[in-house]
Design a protein around this ligand. Sequence first.
Ligand code: NAD
Ligand code: MG
Length: 337
Amino acid sequence: MEAIYDRDIDRGAIEGKTIAIIGYGSQGRAHALNLRDSGCKVIVGLRGDSGSRPGAQRDGVEVAEVAEAVKRADITMMLIPDEEQPATYLRDVKDNLKPGSSLAFAHGFGIHFGTIVPPDNVDVWMCAPKGPGRMVRREYEIGRGVPCLIAIHQDKSGKAKAIAAAYAGAIGGGRAGILETNFREETETDLFGEQAVLCGGTTALVTAGFETLVNAGYAPEMAYFECLHELKLIVDLMYEKGIEGMRESISNTAKYGDYTRGPRIVNDETKATMKTILTEIQSGNFAKQWVAEHAAGKPNFTNYKAAAAKHPIEAVGAKLRTLMPWFQTDKAPALTK
Ligand code: NAD
Ligand code: MG
């Protein structure tokens, strides 16, 4: 994959265009403010009763109803939660898209799994920063950027890639590097990563480690430190230096245990399950299940959330975090620098 940078981008592709940012959450606020500070005309599209209105007004960005923002836009960027997008799309977006304009996304779920079917007279593309909105905004403000993925689903104008690249540049991505992928690859790898490793895999591993120690009679506080708290130190090292780079910072005893025990925890059976999970994503079964869950009012989702909140790791963690002075201030020092 070849990265492109600001020097490769023609910002003229979005010059003078009006950009509607639909939603003002994690990504919405970061895109809107970075685009505005890059000289773009931005309107934030929100529901009348949206809890995000006061924040947007405080930031001094223009706010309009979703339908109104889309009508005026040359680029409509959908930044409300993926499961909410289809209803908003049908109600306020679809019939208000200007022919020849762009319909844009920061994740491929809706387009790839067909929960959103755009008309054929618009460009459809993606610009997905590889970081949470707060980081996208913070990096931009200090003159850097977060790497972005772009992808083209539909190129009506023949300029979709130039427009997507210019957009990615205007939110700061061109300072760090922009990579081109496609909707299928972005969507399936994103879902797999969050299910198998980042969210599902990690929380299950941490919880199982904690339970194993507590059930064997060790103090929950010790189990919390060893299985959750110290994870950040290890992850920060892996993030900065890779896996072997991280191992340079741990003891030989830790390294020996790592090399010999790690593959017993994540073993062939675990890998077979990972493959099954990937297959469920690829076949659309996961998407179908999640769309049905959302349509039913998220009954299971709500139960999972309530049960997880009651796990003893939460209570012990809440208590221990009051001992950590860096959580008492917003000027938290980085732990590994
Ligand atoms: P979010 O949950 O932070 O923000 C949601 C925004 O949409 C809020 O302003 C909320 O008020 C509004 N909203 C919620 N329900 C709505 C509805 N029914 N109608 C209208 N507005 C509604 O969302 P996010 O995490 O910024 O995600 C937005 C998109 O960006 C998603 O496609 C997501 O996959 C993608 N993305 C997110 C991240 C991330 O780190 N959070 C990273 C890359 C891509
Ligand atoms: Mg992701």
